[in-house]
Design a protein. Structure first.
Length: 198
């Protein structure tokens, strides 16, 4: 029987976008249970002595990343538009995903948020953008947003980020199967194959 794959992602993370767009199908095809694990990279970077995104701290690295994203998305048939502001705040979206990680609509929500950020250049830190996404999924936004502001939900997202650190995560996207860690979009298929091993 396949082992569960935990998908650790941050909505502001560029390379998490193409991973998020195909991981659910990849896991389904391999009969691998998928667990959605939203996190915040800020505390993880801070623990490494990094203040901000490495892609903004190192301009040459950032320029290469944006070109790489253009190529990756073109190859995958994904729309891509460089965000007008990077990295964008993703706290509210992450809290929604953390609270509703087991909801049947979580995959659709995650993909819609990534598309809003990296294909449509919408500010996903704004509640109005998330309300539009939730409404588009035929969900009532009010209770979803209310749950996202619950102290237990806030604590849960912090705990997920801390759990990621205890597992040795240092960036996103990351994939874990038990104690086995795979980092980066280009390790997604390998992680799924590993999880599928009985």
């Amino acid at each position: 029987m396949a082992r569960a794959l935990e998908f650790w992602f941050e909505f502001a993370s560029t390379y998490s976008y193409p991973a998020a767009m195909r991981i659910q199908d990849a896991c389904a095809q391999a009969a691998v249970p998928l667990i959605w694990r939203p996190i915040l990279l800020g505390p993880i970077f801070a623990a490494q002595g990094i203040s901000g995104s490495p892609f903004t701290l190192y301009p040459a690295k950032g320029a290469n990343m944006w070109r790489d994203m253009e190529r990756l998305c073109a190859d995958a048939g994904l729309a891509f538009r460089k965000p007008g502001d990077f990295p964008r705040g993703s706290l509210l979206a992450a809290r929604i995903a953390a609270h509703h990680a087991d909801a049947p609509w979580i995959g659709d929500f995650v993909r819609a948020v990534y598309l809003a950020n990296f294909a449509e250049d919408h500010d996903i830190g704004q509640p109005a953008v998330l309300i539009d996404i939730l409404t588009g999924l035929a969900l009532d936004p009010e209770p979803v947003l209310e749950a996202a502001q619950n102290p237990d939900t806030k604590a849960h997202l912090r705990q997920l980020t801390e759990q990621a650190q205890t597992k040795g995560l240092f960036g996103a996207p990351s994939f874990t199967i038990g104690d086995e860690l795979f980092w980066g979009h280009d390790r997604l298929d390998q992680a799924v194959r590993w999880a599928a091993l009985a």
